[in-house]
Design a binder for this molecule. Structure first.
Ligand code: IPE
Ligand code: IPE
Ligand code: MG
Length: 236
C-alpha cells in the first residue's frame, strides 16, 4: 500500500499559539517520526511525504532557510533510526537548486538505507508534479511507441526515484484545505482522498490509524462496476 501525505497547517498551528511560523515547522518535523513508525508497523510499503514544494521557494527567505535546516537535521538524526527499522529513505523532486551540503546529507541517508526493504520513505523536496510530468514528457519525446509503463520509468528518473513509484492508494492532507497543491498528480490518478482539519503537528498515530480505517471501508472501483449493485439492478 502506498500512502501519500500533504503535511499542511504548520504555520496556522503556530499562529494559533502566538508562536513564529518556524515553531510550527519544528513541531511539524517532530510529528513526522510517529507517523513514519506507525506506517511501517501497519505494513504500509511506500510512504510519500510532501516536505517542500517548488512553489514554497516563494516564501520569505528566513522561512525557507528554517525549513531546509529542519530537513537537514531530520535526515542527520533520523537516518539511523530508519536503518534500524528497515526503512529505506529516498528524497524526490529537483536537486539542482539544493545546496551541496544538503545534497551530501541526502545522498548519505539514501546510501545508508539503500538495502532496507520493510518500507520506503519518500520525502518530496523542491517537488512539483507538473514540473516532473513535463520533464518526463521531454524524455519521452523520441520514443514514439512508448507507453504508460515507460512514462512511469521516465517520471521516476526525473524525480530521482529509487524505482518506479507505485500508484498512490491513499492521499491524506492535513490542515483543512481540499487540494493537491501540485503533489503526485500522475501517481494519484485513482487515489482515495482523505482530508482532515487538524494541523500537521497535531496529526498523531490515532489520526493516522483512523485514516487507514476509513480507507479500508472505501470501495475502489477503478472505473469498473461494483458487483453488488450490478447484480441488484439485474444489468449483468
Ligand atoms: C506546511 O505547513 C509546511 C510547508 C508547506 C512547507 P504550512 O507552512 O503551509 O502551514 P500553513 O498552511 O501556512 O498553516
Ligand atoms: C503544500 O502546502 C506543500 C507542502 C505541504 C510541502 P502549501 O501550504 O504550500 O499549499 P497551498 O499553498 O495551501 O496550496
Ligand atoms: Mg500551507
Amino acid at each position: 500500500m502506498h500512502v501519500a501525505i500533504i503535511m499542511d497547517g504548520n504555520g496556522r498551528w503556530a499562529v494559533a499559539r502566538r508562536l513564529p511560523r518556524s515553531a510550527g515547522h519544528r513541531a511539524g518535523a517532530k510529528a513526522v517520526n510517529a507517523i513514519v513508525e506507525e506506517a511501517a508497523r501497519r505494513n504500509v510499503k511506500t510512504l510519500s511525504l510532501y516536505a517542500f514544494s517548488a512553489a514554497n521557494w516563494g516564501r520569505p527567505r528566513a522561512e525557507v532557510n528554517a525549513l531546509f535546516t529542519l530537513l537537514r537535521r531530520h535526515l542527520l538524526t533520523q537516518t539511523r533510526r530508519c536503518l534500524e527499522q528497515g526503512i529505506r529513505i529516498n528524497i524526490f523532486g529537483r536537486r539542482d537548486r539544493l545546496s551541496d551540503d544538503l545534497l551530501r546529507v541526502i545522498e548519505r541517508s539514501e546510501q545508508l538505507t539503500a538495502h532496507c526493504t520493510r518500507m520506503q520513505l519518500r520525502i518530496a523536496v523542491d517537488y512539483s508534479a507538473q514540473h516532473s510530468l513535463l520533464a518526463a514528457a521531454h524524455r519521452m519525446r523520441l520514443e514514439s511507441d512508448a507507453g504508460h509503463a515507460r512514462f512511469a520509468e521516465h517520471l521516476a528518473m526525473v524525480d530521482h526515484g529509487a524505482s518506479v513509484t507505485p500508484p498512490v492508494d491513499l492521499l491524506i492532507r492535513t490542515g483543512g484545505e481540499k487540494r493537491l497543491s501540485d503533489f503526485l498528480l500522475w501517481e494519484c490518478a485513482y487515489a482515495e482522498l482523505h482530508f482532515v482539519d487538524c494541523c500537521w503537528p497535531d496529526f498523531d498515530e490515532k489520526a493516522f490509524a483512523a485514516a487507514l480505517e476509513e480507507y479500508s471501508r472505501r470501495e475502489r472501483r477503478f472505473g469498473l462496476l461494483s458487483p453488488a449493485p450490478q447484480a441488484r439492478a439485474g444489468l449483468g
